[in-house]
Design a protein around this ligand. Structure first.
Ligand SMILES: Nc1nc2c(c(=O)[nH]1)N[C@H]1C(S)=C(S)[C@@H](COP(=O)(O)OP(=O)(O)OC[C@H]3O[C@@H](n4cnc5c(=O)[nH]c(N)nc54)[C@H](O)[C@@H]3O)O[C@H]1N2
Ligand SMILES: Nc1nc2c(c(=O)[nH]1)N[C@H]1C(S)=C(S)[C@@H](COP(=O)(O)OP(=O)(O)OC[C@H]3O[C@@H](n4cnc5c(=O)[nH]c(N)nc54)[C@H](O)[C@@H]3O)O[C@H]1N2
Ligand code: SF4
Ligand SMILES: [Mo]
Length: 735
C-alpha cells in the first residue's frame, strides 16, 4: 500500500505537467481539461466552503490560472470575512499523496488495489451490477451517498440509480445526521424547511442551544452570535460543559437523553403559568389542547428526577424563555442522534409554536444542519422523497417530475427506499449483494463498526467513489472510482439557512479523477440509459431541471436565472420563485404564519418518552457520549488529516474525556492509556481528565476510528437515525 501511495503521490505532485489521457472518452467533454477559461490568470473568485453547512464564502486566489491560496470573503453575507481553520486549509487536502488518480481494481490474487483505465472500470461496474440485478432482482444493489457533493450530482445519482438503472434502495450519510430534522419538520410544518436566516443569531434576545456545540462545529455561526448587540441570554442544554456552554449565560447539564422530559416539563410550566401566545396558537396551529393535557404529567418533580436539574434551574429556564421577546431555539446532533429524536425535535418546535416565537426576526425552531450540502441531499437526493420534496406515491407529483426530466412516469418507483440500517440488514440477510458508496466513509462512521465491516465481505461487489483510495471503506472495495473534490468541479450547495451557494472549478483534479457528475454521466452511457439523461449535460443544465422541478414547491428556486446570478448575489436563499425580486434580501420562513400542511397550520406532535436502549449497569457503568472534537477535524479525517497545519491542532490518537472524580476513583491520570469497552467491543484511548464531562459519563470524538467500534445500533423509529450519543461502557487503566 505504502508503495502505491508513494507512486501516486509523485504523479500528483506533477499534476500541472503535460497530461496523458488515454481515455476512450473525450477529455474536454468530461472535464479533465484545464481550469475554465473564465478565470483570468491572476483572478480572485469566491467559492463556497466544502466542509460544514455554514456555507462560508472563500476567496480563491489564482496565479497563472492555478489556485494558490484562500482567504475569507469579506463581502459574502454568511461569514462577513471570517473563516475557521478548515476553510483556510481547504485547498491542502486536494494535493494529498493518496488521491485516487485512476480507477483501481482489487487483484483477486494479491488482494491489492491496482490501477485500471476508465474503460475497464466502467465495463466492469456495469457488468457486475447487471449480473447481480439479473440474478437477484432490482432490490439487490444499493447505494450509500452523502451530504457533501453538489446538489446537481446528488439529484443525478438519485435519478440515474432509480429511473435509469432501475434499482430501489439507496440512502446517504444524511441519515446519520439530518434524518430526524427532516422527518420532524415534515410532520410538524408539512415540508422539510429550517425556517431561519443567520441574521436571527444577531437579533434574538434569548438563544437556546440544545445538543449543539456551535463554537466547535459551526464556529462562524457562533461568530454571528457574538455579533448580537442585544446582550442576549445564551442558554446551552448539553450534558457536557462544552466550549459553547462555557461561553453561555446559562448551562443546563442534563442527564443524557432526558431532553424530551425536560422539554415537556418546560411546556407544562409555560402553559400552567399562562406564558403562551394563545392568539398565535389558535390562528396557526392544530393539536394544542391535546398537547396541553398531555404535558400535565411532566411535573417539575418528574423533570428534576429524570434530568438531574434542580427545580430552581427548571423554573429559571422557563422564566427566561417566557420573558424573551425574540426567542430562538437551535438544535443539532445532541437531539437528532437519539432513540426518541424525532419527538424531541418536535418538542422544541412545540415550544417555539406555543410561545409565538416563529416567523419574526430572532425567533424560530431551528435545526442547524451539518454537512456543506445536507440541505441539498434532504430536498434533491431522491432518496426518502422524490426530487424536490415530492411524494413518489402522488400521481401528480410523479407526472410533474417525469415531465421536467423528459421521462415516462412509469420509471419512477412508488415504493420507498430502505433506510441505511435496513440496507445494512439487507446485506446481512443476503438480499443486498452489490453496494456503491459515494463520498461517505461508512466503515468508520456507521455504528457498530466491526459488524458493518464484516458484512461488507458478504457483498458480491463493492464500489467506492472517493477522492482517496485509502479510506477505511475503500480498504474493502472491489473497485475504487477516483473523484474530483470540492474546488475541482462546479455546482451548488444549500447551507443551513437554505442559501444556494456556488462552488467552482478553480483547480484541476489529479490524473484521471473525474467529477462525480461526469462519473454518473459515464455510468449512464455504459449502462445503456444515456439517452434518458441527455438533458443532464452539465451541472448548470442539471440545475435548470431542478429549478423546474422546484416550481410551486416551498423550495421554489425558479427565480434564480443562472449560476452567475447566484455568484453575483452572494448566494440565494430559497424560496425564490420566478418574478421574486432582490435575490440578496435575507428570507425567513413563516413570517405570514402559513405552514405547508393543507390547512396551512403547524401541528403539535408528542409521545410518551421511552427508556434509552443500552443503559449502563454494574458491568458497564458509564454513558459514552460522542461528537465533534475540535474545529480542525472533519468527520473521519480523510480530508483534514492531510493538512500539516490542522494536524497540529488536535491530538493524533483517540482520546476519551472523563470526569476528575471518576478518574480518581479508577486511579487514572490524564495522558494515561485506558481500555474502553462496550457490550460490543473494546478499544484503547488516551485518558483526558476534565471537569467538563459529568461524573458517570465519557466523551469520545467521532474523528477517531475507535469510537464507532463501541456505539450501539439503536435508532429513532421515525427517522431511523442512529443514537450515536448514548451507549454503556466501562473504562480501565491499561497496565
Ligand atoms: N469541526 C467540525 N465541524 C463540524 C463537523 C465536523 O466533523 N468537524 N461536522 C459537521 C456535521 S456533519 C454536523 S452534523 C455538525 C454536528 O454539530 P453538533 O451537533 O453541534 O456536534 P456534536 O459534537 O456531534 O454534538 C453536539 C453536542 O451534543 C451533546 N449531547 C450528547 N448527548 C446529548 C443529549 O442527550 N442531550 C443533549 N441536549 N445534548 C447531547 C454532546 O455533548 C455535544 O456537545 O457539525 C458540523 N460541523
Ligand atoms: N460516533 C459517532 N459517529 C458519527 C457521528 C457522531 O456524532 N458520533 N456523526 C455522524 C454524522 S452527523 C455524519 S454527517 C457522519 C459523517 O460520516 P462520513 O460521511 O463517513 O464522513 P466523512 O469523513 O465526511 O466522509 C466523506 C468521504 O467523502 C469523500 N469526499 C469528499 N468530497 C467528495 C466528493 O466531492 N466526491 C466524492 N466522491 N467523495 C468525496 C471524503 O474523502 C470522505 O472519504 O458521521 C456520523 N457518525
Ligand atoms: S465554518 Fe464551516 S463553512 Fe465556514 S470556513 Fe469553517 S468549515 Fe468552512
Ligand atoms: Mo452530520
Amino acid at each position: 500500500m505504502k508503495k502505491i501511495v508513494d507512486q501516486i503521490g509523485a504523479a500528483v505532485r506533477q499534476w500541472d505537467g503535460p497530461q496523458t489521457q488515454d481515455l476512450v472518452l473525450s477529455p474536454g467533454e468530461f472535464g479533465l481539461g484545464k481550469v475554465p477559461e473564465r478565470f483570468k490568470p491572476d483572478d480572485v473568485t469566491t467559492v463556497v466552503c466544502g466542509f460544514c453547512s455554514t456555507g462560508c464564502g472563500l476567496q480563491v486566489h489564482m496565479k497563472d490560472g492555478k489556485a494558490i491560496n484562500l482567504s475569507a470573503d469579506a463581502d459574502y453575507p454568511v461569514n462577513l470575512g471570517m473563516a475557521c481553520p478548515k476553510g483556510w486549509e481547504a485547498l491542502t487536502p486536494l494535493r494529498a499523496d493518496d488521491r485516487a488518480t485512476t480507477p483501481m481494481l482489487r487483484n483477486e490474487q494479491t488482494g491489492e488495489l491496482e490501477p485500471v483505465d476508465w474503460e475497464r472500470a466502467l465495463v466492469l461496474f456495469c457488468e457486475r451490477f447487471k449480473e447481480i440485478k439479473a440474478k437477484h432482482g432490482e432490490e439487490s444493489v444499493a447505494f450509500l451517498s452523502t451530504g457533501q457533493i453538489v446538489t446537481e450530482e446528488m439529484a443525478f445519482l438519485g435519478a440515474l440509480f432509480k429511473f435509469g438503472m432501475g434499482f430501489v434502495h439507496c440512502d446517504s450519510n444524511t441519515r446519520q445526521c439530518m434524518a430526524t430534522s427532516h422527518v420532524a419538520y415534515k410532520q410538524s410544518f408539512g415540508f422539510d424547511a429550517p425556517p431561519y436566516t443567520y441574521a436571527d443569531f444577531e437579533q434574538s434576545d434569548v438563544l437556546v442551544f440544545i445538543g449543539s456545540n456551535l463554537c466547535i462545529a459551526h464556529p462562524i455561526m457562533w461568530q454571528r452570535v457574538m455579533r448580537n448587540r442585544h446582550h442576549p441570554d445564551i442558554i446551552v442544554i448539553d450534558p457536557r460543559k462544552t466550549e459553547t456552554a462555557m461561553a453561555a449565560t446559562q448551562h443546563y447539564a442534563i442527564q443524557p437523553k432526558s431532553d424530551l422530559v425536560l422539554l415537556y416539563g418546560l411546556a407544562n410550566i409555560l402553559i400552567a403559568s399562562g406564558w403562551i401566545d394563545r392568539g398565535y396558537i389558535d390562528a396557526h396551529t392544530t393539536g394544542f389542547d391535546g398537547f396541553a393535557e398531555f404535558v400535565r404529567e411532566f411535573t417539575t418533580c418528574r423533570v428534576t428526577r429524570d434530568t438531574g436539574l434542580s427545580s430552581d434551574q427548571i423554573w429559571l429556564l422557563a422564566d427566561t424563555i417566557a420573558k424573551g421577546k425574540r426567542v430562538s431555539f437551535w438544535w443539532t446532533m445532541g437531539i437528532n442522534q437519539g432513540h426518541e429524536a424525532t419527538r424531541s425535535a418536535q418538542a422544541i418546535i412545540n415550544l417555539a409554536l406555543m410561545t409565538g416565537n416563529m416567523g419574526r426576526p430572532g425567533t424560530g425552531a431551528n435545526s442547524v444542519t451539518g454537512q456543506c450540502n445536507a440541505m441539498g441531499s434532504r430536498v434533491y437526493g431522491n432518496i426518502t422523497s422524490l426530487l424536490g420534496g415530492h411524494d413518489p406515491a402522488n400521481e401528480a407529483h410523479r407526472a410533474k417530475v417525469a415531465g421536467a426530466l423528459g421521462l415516462d412516469p412509469s420509471v419512477i418507483p412508488r415504493e420507498p427506499s430502505w433506510a441505511y440500517d435496513e440496507i445494512v440488514e439487507g446485506i446481512r440477510a443476503g438480499k443486498i449483494k452489490g453496494l456503491w458508496v459515494i463520498a461517505t466513509n461508512s466503515s468508520h462512521s456507521w455504528v457498530q463498526q466491526q459488524d458493518f465491516n464484516e458484512l461488507l465481505a458478504k457483498l458480491d461487489f463493492l464500489v467506492v467513489q472517493d477522492l482517496y483510495f485509502t479510506t477505511d471503506t475503500a480498504q474493502h472495495a472491489d473497485l475504487v472510482l477516483p473523484a474530483a473534490g470540492w474546488g475541482e468541479k462546479e455546482g451548488t450547495f444549500i447551507n443551513s439557512e437554505r442559501r444556494i451557494g456556488l462552488i467552482k472549478k478553480v483547480s484541476r483534479a489529479p490524473g484521471q479523477a473525474l467529477s462525480d457528475f461526469n462519473i454518473f454521466k459515464l455510468v449512464a452511457q455504459y449502462w445503456g440509459c444515456g439517452e434518458m439523461f441527455t438533458r443532464w449535460s452539465s451541472p448548470e443544465n442539471a440545475f435548470e431541471l431542478l429549478k423546474e422541478i422546484s416550481r410551486g414547491q416551498p423550495c421554489d428556486m425558479t427565480g434564480i436565472r443562472n449560476y452567475a446570478m447566484i455568484d453575483e448575489s452572494g448566494g440565494v436563499q430559497w424560496p425564490f420563485a420566478e418574478n421574486a425580486s432582490d435575490a440578496s434580501t435575507e428570507r425567513r420562513l413563516f413570517a405570514d404564519g402559513a405552514y405547508f400542511h393543507a390547512d396551512g397550520k403547524a401541528k403539535f406532535l408528542f409521545e410518551l418518552p421511552r427508556e434509552a436502549p443500552d443503559k449502563p449497569d454494574r458491568d458497564f457503568p458509564f454513558i459514552l457520549l460522542t461528537g465533534r472534537g475540535t474545529s480542525s477535524q472533519w468527520h473521519t479525517q480523510t480530508r483534514t488529516s492531510k493538512s500539516d497545519v490542522l494536524r497540529q491542532l488536535y491530538p493524533a490518537q483517540a482520546y476519551a474525556e472523563l470526569n476528575s472524580d471518576d478518574a480518581e476513583g479508577l486511579a487514572i491520570r490524564s495522558g494515561e492509556r485506558v481500555r474502553i469497552s462496550s457490550r460490543r467491543a473494546s478499544v484503547t484511548a488516551t485518558a483526558f481528565v476534565t471537569p467538563t464531562v459529568a461524573p458517570g459519563q465519557l466523551f469520545m470524538p467521532m474523528h477517531y476510528i475507535e469510537t464507532n467500534a463501541l456505539t450501539v445500533p439503536a435508532f429513532d423509529p421515525y427517522s431511523r437515525q442512529p443514537s450515536y450519543k448514548f451507549c454503556a461502557v466501562k473504562v480501565e487503566r491499561l497496565k
